[in-house]
Each structure stands twice: as structure tokens, then as C-alpha cells.
Design a protein. Structure first.
Length: 123
């Protein structure tokens, strides 16, 4: 009887070790745990406003518009995006100062802003 139980347990262990699932396919929302969703439609209200509020509005708002750039509203952010100044500064392209000045934005936030611009400034 002990041999049968031992064989059964060994057989079960071998079979369970062969089990394979694609975690990202089974749990797509888990891959968004870091908050980076560039698969869904990127809009100003859903993603871009929080990026601007978190990183830019401290220096670029209607009351404090360093460089004459106000990023605390949809229209101000759209204006900076349409001129190329927003992405130029986020990517530190030539002729544009690196923004934020102390540390660049994370790749996810930059990608969200890029997608928003590509989607014609969806509100």
C-alpha cells in the first residue's frame, strides 16, 4: 500500500510540474499593477492630467507659468503639445530643456503623453 501511495504522489508531482499557463493572458489586469496602461485609449482626463499634476503643475500652472507654459488645464497642455514643446522637453530633444529638470519622467508616463498626442488630444 505504501508503494502505491508513493507512486501516486510521485506521479502527481511530475504532472503538476508540467502545468503551464500564460499569466498575462489569464490575468491581464495584473500586468497593469504598475499603473502603466498604454493598451487602452489614452485620454487627458484618464492619464495625462495625472502626469501633468504629478510632475509639471508645481512649476507650470496658470498662477506659476515658468517659461510661459501652463500645464494645469487641458487647453494649456494641448497648446504645449501642439507646439512640440511638451514632448521636446519630456524627451530632452535639442532646443528644449529637460523637464522635469531634476529627473526625467518614467517611460510609462512619457509613452502615455505620446499616445495622447497621437490620438489627437483626446479629452
Amino acid at each position: 500500500m505504501k508503494k502505491i501511495v508513493a507512486i501516486f504522489l510521485l506521479f502527481s508531482a511530475v504532472l503538476s510540474g508540467c502545468y503551464y499557463d500564460n499569466y498575462k493572458e489569464l490575468y491581464p489586469s495584473a500586468s497593469l499593477a504598475n499603473g502603466c496602461d498604454t493598451v487602452s485609449a489614452v485620454t487627458y482626463n484618464k492619464q495625462v492630467a495625472s502626469v501633468m499634476n504629478g510632475y509639471c503643475v508645481g512649476c507650470h500652472s496658470s498662477s506659476i507659468s515658468n517659461g510661459n507654459v501652463a500645464l494645469d488645464s487641458y487647453s494649456g497642455t494641448m497648446s504645449a503639445a501642439a507646439s512640440g514643446q511638451l514632448m521636446g522637453s519630456l524627451l530632452a530633444q535639442s532646443g528644449n530643456p529637460q523637464m522635469p529638470p531634476n529627473a526625467p519622467l518614467d517611460a510609462c508616463s512619457i509613452r502615455e503623453v505620446q499616445l495622447w498626442i497621437q490620438n489627437n488630444y483626446a479629452q
